[in-house]
Design a protein around this ligand. Structure first.
Ligand SMILES: [Ca+2]
Length: 272
């Protein structure tokens, strides 16, 4: 039954537990249908191939980007057409930049930037990129997004941690599952259209998560965006930002030479 094998393979790749995932799926009723999405490229733009992208945010016609690596981590405001930095600040060399979220507020709001292993979130004034405080947290920092009320944070596990945007206090946790199996290595996040979108480290898959249940309701295949020649120089897919005016998602990756404006569209069923 080819369609089941395909879905099972995808589940296994994401859950890294092939036999258990496949056995669980075969015993599971079809109630947990997961939509399969393809990526339709609307436009491509330059992206700084030296940017080790860890967080991407769209706001007010510009992009904000958090980049990683010790001694090279930065926060940037980026012109979306040219990909050029309009403003940039360096993190101190012992901080490894990670996920990034914008919390709207007076004067343009605040950017919250995670660090990987340092347990510190840096807060920046979004208009000036001046420091505006910091938060401490336990564990690793991977991805971050703001849904209008709460921050959602990933840490490399299969859980999302929900946090108060003012205090960074934990207000809840959500276990993310695909057909009953936990989905680990959730990385860059985007809160958009009522979902939490996450790219999964080590794959070209982006999962669409129902934040209430943690259930993955769709998987988007974002493979093949770069040419083979570009892909040899680039690192993994990492970076999702939603532009609500154009209703497009911007995708890029670590050391990618390009960024793509895309739409997620239903993938036609494979031929029998
Ligand atoms: Ca994002």
């Amino acid at each position: 039954m080819p369609p089941r094998r395909i879905r099972c393979g995808l589940a296994a790749a994401l859950a890294a537990a092939a036999p258990a995932a496949c056995a669980a799926e075969s015993a599971r009723p079809a109630a947990e249908a997961v939509e399969e999405l393809a990526v339709e490229v609307v436009a491509g733009y330059p992206h700084d191939p030296d940017s080790f992208t860890q967080g991407l945010v769209w706001s007010g016609g510009v992009l904000y980007e958090s980049t990683g690596r010790y001694g090279r981590s930065r926060l940037l405001r980026v012109d979306p057409e040219s990909g050029e930095a309009l403003a940039a600040v360096d993190l101190q060399p012992d901080l490894f930049g990670e996920g990034l979220a914008l919390v709207p507020g007076p004067g343009g709001g605040r950017l919250v930037q995670l660090t990987w292993l340092e347990g510190e979130a840096r807060v920046w004034d979004a208009a000036s990129l001046e420091p505006a405080g910091s938060f401490r947290y336990e564990g690793e920092g991977w991805g971050l997004c703001f849904d209008g009320e709460r921050l959602a944070m990933s840490d490399g596990s299969a859980a999302l941690t929900l946090r108060d945007p003012e205090t960074f206090e934990i207000t809840g946790t959500v276990a993310v599952t695909l057909r009953g199996e936990r989905v680990a290595r959730l990385n860059e996040l985007e809160c958009a259209e009522g979902w939490v979108w996450a790219n999964v480290l080590g794959s070209d898959s982006i999962v669409r998560i129902d934040p209430a249940s943690g259930r993955v309701t769709a998987i988007a295949d974002a493979s093949g965006l770069l040419t083979p020649a570009e892909a040899t120089e680039a690192d993994v897919l990492n970076g999702i930002a939603y532009d609500p005016e154009r209703k497009v998602y911007h995708l890029t990756g670590k050391l990618w030479p390009r960024r793509f404006a895309v739409r997620f569209v239903s993938r036609p069923a494979p031929r029998p």
